[in-house]
Design a protein around this ligand. Structure first.
Ligand code: NAP
Length: 288
């Protein structure tokens, strides 16, 4: 299969490139392809003639999206539209990464693929717009929503991921306060990449929820990182209100895997297991 991969310098794209190494992969980094540039996108897809385009490119610094609204919409909606149009012209399918932030959190139980999105921040709005663009333009598309990604490459767009940030803060020795009232499913990019590799071999188009199993608050996630890494920093829980981030966040954004379950393939490991493998991989924990 010929696959064009955008945002190829990022953490999910790095694991996708590893997982899909047997395929005819055309990885394009931000420097090689800016998805906002309509002409560049058209030319890249026309030249590559892929069977599938996988789009991991995004502007996803959630707080910065609140002030850089134009950039959020440009990358996460207009850029996605560019890719969808280019796929329509060449006949390629599009697999696009979306987010749990399309949901607002009022449901307080796992969100199904059919639940109506209601984002509470600009990032979520811009990603939802991207989803709408795709569904408006293309029949053959997969929209994969996930959450709380961690992978060996670290989120390049965020200057690292949460696990790396926690390990750095523990090394600095100061008090660490982490919110305990936002619940989601931490997810390994390696595990997500494996499921995406399977999905693109199918014709099961539409919206998919794919995360590691289980749920946690950011505080639970931090506590588990320190427990597995055998670190004892001065960690305490705080509330979203006291933390005072610029952007609102969903208080609950666990994603139900209804479609995976219906096909009997809802077998992603628990997030704690994925975290343990990740810490071994980045050599924070020695292999047993
Ligand atoms: N990280 C999470 O926790 C999370 C959770 C749920 C969903 N997602 C979604 O999953 C996808 C992958 O996330 P990730 O964690 O792998 O992010 P990442 O490591 O930041 O990778 C995203 C890549 O996109 C590139 N990029 C940014 N703007 C671009 C543009 N205009 N044209 C082309 N490339 C551009 C970035 O390059 P530069 O760094 O050079 O700008 C970066 O290499 C994103 O769509 C994100 O919305 C992420």
């Amino acid at each position: 299969m010929r696959i064009l991969l955008t945002g190829a310098g990022g953490q999910l794209a790095t694991d996708l490139a590893k997982t899909l190494s047997q395929e005819e992969l055309i990885p394009l980094s931000h420097a090689q392809l800016d998805i906002v540039d309509t002409t560049q996108v058209k030319a890249a897809v026309k030249t590559a003639q892929p069977d599938v385009v996988i789009n991991t490119a995004a502007f996803h610094r959630v707080d910065d999206c609140e002030t850089e609204v134009g950039r959020a919409i440009a990358v996460n909606a207009h850029g996605v539209r560019n890719l969808a149009l280019a796929c329509q012209q060449t006949g390629a399918a599009l697999l696009h990464l979306s987010t749990d932030h399309v949901f607002g959190g009022s449901k307080a139980q796992p969100y199904s693929e059919e639940d109506i999105p209601r984002p509470v921040n600009i990032y979520g709005v811009s990603k939802l717009l991207g989803e709408v663009m795709i569904r408006h333009i293309l029949d053959r598309s997969y929209i994969v929503r996930s959450s709380g990604l961690f992978g060996v490459a670290g989120a390049s767009g965020k200057g690292g991921n949460f696990v790396r940030t926690m390990l750095r803060l523990a090394g600095e020795g100061g008090p660490i306060q982490v919110v305990n009232d936002q619940c989601f499913s931490p997810t390994s990019t390696a595990d997500l990449a494996s499921k995406i590799a399977w999905l693109i071999t199918t014709t099961n188009y539409g919206i998919w929820h794919i995360t590691n199993a289980g749920e946690a608050s950011w505080y639970d996630f931090a506590a588990k990182i320190f427990q597995l890494a055998n670190l004892r920093p001065n960690l305490s829980p705080t509330t979203t209100a006291d933390f005072g981030a610029k952007a609102r966040r969903p208080s609950y954004s666990v994603l139900d895997h209804g479609r995976l379950r219906a096909l009997g393939v809802d077998n992603l490991p628990p997030w704690e297991d994925a975290l343990s493998r990740y810490l071994t991989q980045i050599e924070v924990v020695s292999p047993v």
